[in-house]
Design a binder for this molecule. Structure first.
Ligand code: ATP
Length: 251
């Protein structure tokens, strides 16, 4: 019988610290002990200025780099083990693809790689439809524009209907229609119980889609909460204003 896991949060980060060392003397304290939880089925926007520690956090969640201290659990599994037990979709901040592969070959390869039930081409067709990739389907990855490559990366992340999505600046390079299609997919995912953590600098986009946000600055979480509640309590009408005010007060 499958082991049953009881967990409180889909993502549970406690006292997470990360120091990068380069050479004997140089070190950067990228994360200084962050606590962050994301509930199952929640869309969480992870915000912060350049160099604040967002990508570092996401890479630790995926087990790509190790923390210096602290604990990270994904749906009850320690982060180093999580990707062996869970379906996790990931879009990195920067991606590289085999340039000679056609988009259709790339997606069927990704479908095969992550397949749990053998419905390989149904999954490809579904993400092609959702991300409106039909026009690029026969093109080589190396010939796609930035926005089309980003859509391809998003489609690949969603291809096996992951339980958890960790997306580093997913709207980067997308045109407004692409953002709209992506949000439709996110909302559908949320209604199917998917948990989504994404970083972004596009605050007007985040405001439209996130249930809660967290703002990280210099390796520390300085604001966290429900978007509407944070706006109301700060007496501002946009996330952009809230962000700028929070950053000003933190300096
Ligand atoms: P951005 O919005 O610009 O993508 P970020 O919030 O994702 O920034 P990180 O990439 O997590 O920020 O970087 C946090 C800090 O850690 C920065 O000071 C960065 O220079 C440093 N850093 C990141 N990766 C490394 C590394 N491999 N070696 C040394 N320092 C690093």
């Amino acid at each position: 019988m499958a082991e049953e896991f009881v967990y409180l949060n889909a993502i549970d980060i406690q006292n997470l610290k990360k120091t990068y060392f380069s050479g004997r003397k140089n070190s950067v304290e990228a994360l200084k002990g962050i606590d962050l939880t994301v509930e199952e089925g929640e869309i969480f926007g992870y915000l912060g200025p350049n160099g604040a520690g967002k990508t570092t956090t996401l890479k630790i969640l995926l087990g790509f780099i190790s923390p210096t201290e602290g604990s990270v659990n994904l749906m009850g599994y320690p982060h180093e083990e999580a990707r062996f037990h869970l379906r996790i979709g990931y879009v990195p901040e920067e991606h590289s693809f085999y340039p000679h592969l056609k988009l259709k070959q790339f997606l069927s390869y990704m479908s095969e790689l992550t397949s749990v039930d053998g419905n390989l081409m149904e999954r490809v067709d579904k993400v092609v439809e959702e991300f409106k990739l039909q026009k690029a389907y026969e093109k080589r990855m190396g010939d796609l524009s930035l926005g089309w490559r980003q859509k391809a990366a998003l489609a690949a992340a969603f291809i096996d209907e992951p339980q958890l999505l960790i997306l580093d600046e997913p709207t980067s390079g997308l045109d407004p229609m692409g953002v709209d299609d992506f949000f439709t997919t996110l909302k559908k995912g949320k209604s199917n119980g998917q948990t989504i953590l994404f970083s972004s600098h596009q605050l007007s986009d985040v405001e439209k889609i996130a249930d809660r946000i967290g703002i990280i600055s210099k390796g520390e979480i300085i604001k966290i909460g429900n978007v509407q509640e944070l706006l109301t309590s700060a007496g501002v009408s946009t996330l952009n204003e809230l962000f700028l005010e929070t950053m000003e007060n933190s300096n």
